[in-house]
Design a protein around this ligand. Structure first.
Ligand code: SAM
Length: 372
């Protein structure tokens, strides 16, 4: 690591670590101490990176255009994260409006509560899953004028090795969005049925070697528990005929292909957090959480999520729950992709709740509501 701060030009003494390299997340990234390294956050962004410990909100202008927040309205951000979208929406709700935020990550929710403190009573936060948005809506007085979901993980969650989401760093194999509850990825892997694992790898991440990879994981866990991210990386790479060292050498030689463990990590994370079930439940309850004419905007990062959103909006339009939905998803512009490569998979879809009376749950023209 270079002992100079690239943005100030002033020499700084390097922090002392017990080894040759900083070990901990908070030692490795200067962006986590912006008071000591002024300008570092801007510098990392200018290089097309995401400063560690922060999250760059995606498609902000398109979200605002589709949601159309107005003074006095109440908007629910069901995936509050770092509050990037919330920060852009809140000034448009004032005076008189409010933002209701939900996130299942208790740790990040408290940080974001502090970030949004300047908005005072205009912000109301709830810890939990957006799957239960109907209860939050009831607690907040009925229905919302707008709902935003920005699915998946924040950069803070991905970049913190202690959360176990990334195959790039060593850490406990945790992957829970809510660090306070539920099974960790290590516990899930230890008990999952082989067929279920293979099916998840196939269906949740299009893993072409699903059976072989699942088989290798099951054999490895039967020998000794898989407890860290790098334990899992070694097993998956061995199943695909390579090793971490060989893969690193290929990457150094210019192979920019997908890391062989990326798909496995994605499928296991989705299983650990029940992400598809939460989305299905939310999509079914969505029309009841919106006032007539209210709008919902959903950003997905996974083809399985985008398909569910597309079908729910299309069926809702046919059944009269919505009176307008987006034709095609909005995607990040080339400028946004350059500035924030993590925006690449994003797809934005929106729908507007019908202003007429909602069909009753028994109405055959309303397949979504029939399922509930
Ligand atoms: C992509 S980030 C949102 C970033 C946010 N829009 C911003 O601009 O800072 C997704 C967030 O949604 C949360 N999340 C994912 N699934 C959730 C669920 N079912 N219920 C509540 N929060 C969820 C994650 O914990 C994460 O903080």
């Amino acid at each position: 690591m270079h002992p100079e701060d690239p943005t100030s030009g002033q020499r700084r003494r390097r922090a002392r670590y017990s080894g040759t390299h900083p070990r901990r997340f908070d030692q490795r990234y200067k962006e986590l101490a912006p008071e000591r390294y002024p300008g570092i956050v801007e510098h990392v962004r200018a290089q097309g990176g995401t400063p560690a410990g922060s999250h760059v909100p995606i498609l902000v202008d398109a979200v605002l255009a589709a949601l159309d927040p107005r003074p006095g309205q109440v908007v629910c951000d069901g995936t509050l994260g770092a509050g990037g979208h919330a920060h852009a929406i809140l000034p448009r709700l004032l005076p008189g409006g409010r933002l209701v935020g939900i996130d299942r990550d208790s740790k990040e929710l408290e940080r974001t509560r502090a970030r949004l403190a300047a908005f005072g009573d205009a912000v109301s936060l709830h810890h939990g899953s957006f799957a239960w948005m109907a209860s939050v809506a009831a607690a907040e007085g009925g229905t919302f004028d707008g709902i935003l979901l920005d699915l998946g993980l924040s950069s803070m969650q991905i970049d913190d090795p202690g959360r176990g989401f990334s195959f790039k760093a060593d850490g406990p194999l945790d992957m829970r969005m809510d660090p306070g509850g539920g099974r960790t990825a290590a516990q899930l892997i230890q008990t999952i049925a082989p067929q279920r694992l293979a099916e998840a790898l196939r269906e949740l991440s299009d893993e072409p070697n699903a059976e072989r990879t699942a088989d290798a994981i099951i054999q490895a866990r039967n020998r000794t528990p898989i407890l860290t991210t790098q334990d899992l990386v070694r097993v998956v790479l061995a199943a695909q005929g390579t090793t971490p060292a060989a893969w690193r050498a290929r990457a150094r030689a210019g192979d920019s292909g997908l890391h062989p463990a990326a798909r496995t990590f994605q499928a296991i994370r989705i299983l650990v957090n029940g992400e598809m079930d939460a989305l299905d439940r939310m999509l079914a309850d969505l029309p009841d959480c919106l006032r007539p004419g209210g709008r919902v905007v959903i950003l997905s990062f996974h083809s399985g999520e985008d398909r569910r959103v597309k079908h729910a909006f299309r069926d809702g339009l046919r059944g009269g729950l919505y009176d307008a939905v987006s034709d095609e998803p909005t995607r990040p512009s080339p400028d946004e992709l350059r500035a924030n490569p993590r925006s690449a998979p994003a797809r934005l879809r929106w729908a507007r709740r019908s202003t007429s009376e909602l069909p009753s749950p028994g109405d055959t023209a309303s397949p979504d509501r029939r399922r509930r």
